[in-house]
Design a binder for this molecule. Structure first.
Ligand SMILES: Cc1ncc(COP(=O)(O)O)c(C=O)c1O
Length: 266
């Protein structure tokens, strides 16, 4: 089972392997546990910062999901892909820390915190799954790139990684705040969803944003339609990524988007 709306690659990879994948709705507290179909063996979730909605799974829902996994002899894959950048509040405990029964595979990535070009990530798995995971890795690409791993280990040991995270948290916080403030001028059709972490922000809309997204792209503004991440009931809205957009480019981009939404070509 996967979250709906959700990050498409896990759903597509599993489906390509012939696995039956059930999209399960997400509400304001996270994946709706009672909607997970009977017989489900694995659930992929993004509790810290739901992708793409940006919400955090509530503690109550985390505990309900862990309890469900135990009762159903299932595995939870917790994708904590951008947790290093948190702007307000304390993060809730990851499923992995709350799990006392070895139900959670915790997955991290260096794509957001450093660069997707690195292709480095990691996972922490219950001991019972390690032999199967090692075999799967051997059959896919044998091992992660050694030179990059060694360089990253040295970067961490020298303190460069921690400095990078501290510096970038400030940079991304500024973009996050600027984007949140600027979206007030779209209040006629967009409602930003609460988000206190990461490199993207989503907003729900009253109507389909596909045409606006396509027009924006033609005018050099790249954003995503929330509907593209849904499988069942598709939500209307926009997903704004600011990981690769300098603060000074945010307001001009939104001004162009505003003009397009008003029916003009900026
Ligand atoms: C939900 C989610 N998980 C994971 C990743 C990172 O994937 P990878 O480590 O394969 O680059 C991303 C990046 O966009 C993401 O949005």
């Amino acid at each position: 089972a996967v979250e709906d709306p959700g990050y498409p690659p896990p759903r597509l990879v599993l489906a390509a392997r012939g696995v039956r994948v059930a999209p399960v709705p997400v509400d304001a507290s996270g994946i709706v546990v009672r909607a997970i179909p009977a017989g489900t063996r694995l659930v992929y979730v993004t509790p810290s910062h739901q992708y793409p909605l940006g919400l955090s799974m509530s503690l109550e829902r985390r505990l309900e999901l862990l309890d469900w996994a135990e009762r159903n002899d299932a595995v939870l894959v917790e994708d904590d892909y951008d947790t290093e950048f948190r702007y307000t509040g304390r993060p809730l405990e990851p499923l992995h820390s709350l799990d006392s029964r070895g139900r959670v595979v915790y997955v991290g990535s260096f794509s957001k915190v450093l660069s997707p070009a690195l292709r480095l990530g990691f996972l922490i798995a219950p001991p019972s799954l390690v032999p199967a995971l090692v075999k799967a890795r051997y059959l896919t690409d044998w091992h992660a790139p050694n030179v990059e791993q060694a360089a990253l280990a040295a970067f961490m040991a020298e303190g460069g990684f921690a400095r990078h995270v501290r510096r970038m948290r400030k940079v991304y916080r500024e973009r996050h705040e600027l984007l949140t403030r600027s979206l007030a001028s779209f209040a006629d059709f967009l409602t930003p969803l609460p988000s206190s972490a990461g490199l993207h922000l989503s907003a729900v809309a009253s109507s389909d944003c596909g045409p606006l997204v396509r027009a924006a792209r033609r005018h050099g503004v790249r954003l995503y339609s929330l509907g593209d991440f849904g499988v069942g009931a598709r939500r209307h809205g926009l997903v704004f990524g600011y990981g690769a957009v300098a603060a000074e480019r945010i307001e001009p981009g939104l001004a162009r988007l505003r003009a397009l939404a008003d029916g003009g070509a900026a």
